[in-house]
Design a protein around this ligand. Structure first.
Ligand SMILES: Cc1cc2nc3c(=O)[nH]c(=O)nc-3n(C[C@H](O)[C@H](O)[C@H](O)COP(=O)(O)O)c2cc1C
Length: 298
């Protein structure tokens, strides 16, 4: 059985589209039936609309990519007005991914989400691509504790905090977020990284550094999921380089309740459908009735 309980929310399967790689779903409609998914995490939403960063925004690396989008989005309000009801027709769980650079902005965004029937918020305290950005919250435990506890006071929704792999100490960060009121944790966001254009003698990206994702980060992300699984008792949504069903099973065996797929959607838009089918076949072959039998098993 693929059904997955994520902090009280029932997913039809554990496969969720990762924020920023799936938009609000529309671009993927021609490729597959989106109701097959366990869930979709929206593109990161902010209080005010953002045009995103100038210059190069995506760049391929060996076994991965770097991005510096800068949270381009139409604002929480416009999302609720123009996109949400369409997304809800997909028949899958919608997760509102909230970003920002100031606590007040996060809180105002959360208040707007509170008025919708979205069941769960993914709090991005780890976006590396906004100046003075959310990542500042995700690096140090004291600032993470502050934002998570403030957001907790504002929302009755389930609160999933998305951790940065750039955190000073991922275990302490996880424990801090649990103590501040998180219902679930997702990890990881992108790794802070650098690419250089040797002919221009400059960094490729205007902001100098950018976020690294894709298969190249998978073994590190997997290690972090394992460490966090050993440190906290709330559900973990694992991600970072998952490209096929075997990767997804690895993340579950490391302790993930559900998984997200990001960069791989940009390589093959049907990746998640293959992953869902692959997990199901694996369960049948291995005689696994429920994924809880293998969760954290290593
Ligand atoms: C182009 C792009 C845009 C992203 N935008 C967001 C975002 O808005 N909010 C967020 O929380 N994560 C964002 N991410 C991070 C992904 O959700 C994910 O955490 C990361 O890419 C690692 O997973 P992956 O290796 O499967 O891509 C973005 C990633 C990419 C590649």
């Amino acid at each position: 059985m693929m059904k997955t309980n994520l902090c009280g929310i029932e997913l039809k399967n554990p496969v969720i589209a990762a924020s920023g790689t799936f938009g609000f779903g529309r671009e993927f409609e021609p490729y597959f039936d989106l109701s097959l998914l366990g869930g979709i995490s929206t593109k990161g939403l902010t209080l005010q609309a953002r045009e995103g960063n100038k210059g190069i925004r995506v760049y391929e690396t060996p076994s991965g990519m770097m991005n510096s989008i800068g949270l381009q989005n139409p604002s929480v309000e416009v999302f609720i007005k123009d996109e949400l009801s369409h997304m809800q027709k997909y028949g899958t769980i919608i997760i509102a991914n909230i970003g920002g650079s100031q606590i007040e902005d996060y809180l105002e965004s959360i208040r707007k989400i509170e008025e919708t029937d979205i069941p769960i918020v993914e709090l991005n305290i780890s976006c590396p691509n906004v100046k003075e950005g959310g990542m500042a919250f995700g690096i140090r435990c004291d600032s993470a504790a502050k934002i998570v506890s403030e957001v907790r006071k504002e929302t009755s929704k389930k609160l999933m905090v998305k951790l940065s792999p750039n955190a000073e100490n991922i275990k302490e960060m996880a424990i801090t977020c649990v103590e501040a009121g998180a219902d679930a944790l997702s990890l990881v966001n992108t790794f802070n990284a650098l690419a250089i254009d040797i002919y221009r003698r400059k960094a490729v990206f205007n902001n100098i550094t950018a976020g690294l994702s894709g298969p190249c980060i998978k073994p590190i992300a997997l290690r972090m999921v394992r460490e966090v699984y050993q440190s906290v008792d709330i559900p973990i949504v694992g991600l970072g380089g998952i490209s096929n069903w075997q990767d997804a099973i690895e993340f579950i065996m490391a302790g993930s309740t559900a998984i997200q797929v990001g960069t791989a959607n940009l390589v093959n838009p049907k990746t998640m459908v293959d992953i869902i089918q692959g997990i199901q076949n694996f369960m049948e072959k291995e005689g696994i009735k429920n994924l809880s039998e293998i969760r954290g098993i290593i």
